[in-house]
Ligand binder design. Structure first.
Ligand code: AP5
Length: 214
């Protein structure tokens, strides 16, 4: 199964993708995670991407399209994948369609997590994540067992640079301006599955699996 997890910043794409791995047995491919890893390694691509990410802007299309083209051809993607945070612009969606068509493949479902902006800001300002394993926490809704430390291996949790209120507002503006038009794009293609993403993570997971029919 090849699916796109779609939604604004903080909608729960990463949270739901991590739960879906066990159900779908396909890898999560998060362009945000790949770009943050490149930034942490200090690669030329990571340094370039950091300027855009920290300001809450989109990284140029050609950079992320290249990442997805390469990543989706790896062995672990043979029986499918979950795209988390890609595509985010119409040119990215068109490039994805062309790339998959060239391999006689296509997207099966686009799951759109629907959450109001007020809730998103509350989720993002209090998010913490593990730089080692990628686990996602929320200081109020899903706190770590020990303050500031990952439950898995005890690594110090981080507060993302783009989870400051000003960058969050910019990310939401970018979503509404540049990314939300993709909903119509995928609706016209008959692939859009809109899901209520406002409840607790378990309830949202049940909405997502129902929408996917798994
Ligand atoms: P990216 O890393 O993709 O960030 P995003 O889309 O802004 O999404 P987030 O990771 O912030 O949120 P999420 O939906 O995964 O929510 P999460 O599950 O963590 O992108 C970062 C940047 O990289 C972009 O701004 C851009 O610069 C660049 N980039 C990436 N892809 C790009 C592309 N394709 N093109 C161009 N540039 C690109 O949950 C959030 C919080 O809420 C957590 O604390 C979680 O615990 C909590 N939570 C989740 N679900 C629930 C729930 N149901 N109830 C209560 N709390 C919940």
């Amino acid at each position: 199964m090849r699916i796109v997890l779609f939604g604004p910043p903080g909608a729960g794409k990463g949270t739901q993708a991590k739960r879906l791995i066990d159900t779908l047995k396909v890898p999560q491919i998060s362009t945000g995670d790949i770009l943050r890893a490149a930034k942490a390694e200090g690669t030329p691509m990571g340094k370039k991407a950091a300027e855009f990410m920290d300001a809450g802007k989109l990284v140029p299309d050609e950079v992320v399209i290249g990442i997805i083209d390469e990543r989706t051809q790896k062995d672990d993607c043979q029986s499918g994948f979950m795209l988390d945070g890609f595509p985010r612009t119409i040119p990215q969606a068109e490039a994805l369609g062309a790339m998959l068509k060239g391999r006689d493949q296509g997207i099966d479902h686009v799951v759109s997590l629907e959450v109001d902006d007020g809730v998103l800001v509350q989720r993002l300002t209090r998010r913490r994540s593990c730089p080692e394993c990628g686990a996602i926490y929320h200081l109020d809704f899903s706190p770590p067992k020990t303050e500031g430390k990952c439950d898995q291996e005890g690594a110090a949790l981080m507060h993302r640079a783009d989870d400051q209120e000003e960058a969050i507002r910019e990310r939401l503006n970018v979503f509404h301006g540049q990314t939300s038009p993709l909903k119509d794009f995928y609706k016209q293609a008959g692939l859009l599955r809109e899901v209520d993403g406002a409840g607790a993570p378990d309830a949202v997971f049940s909405n997502v699996t129902q929408a996917l029919g798994v």
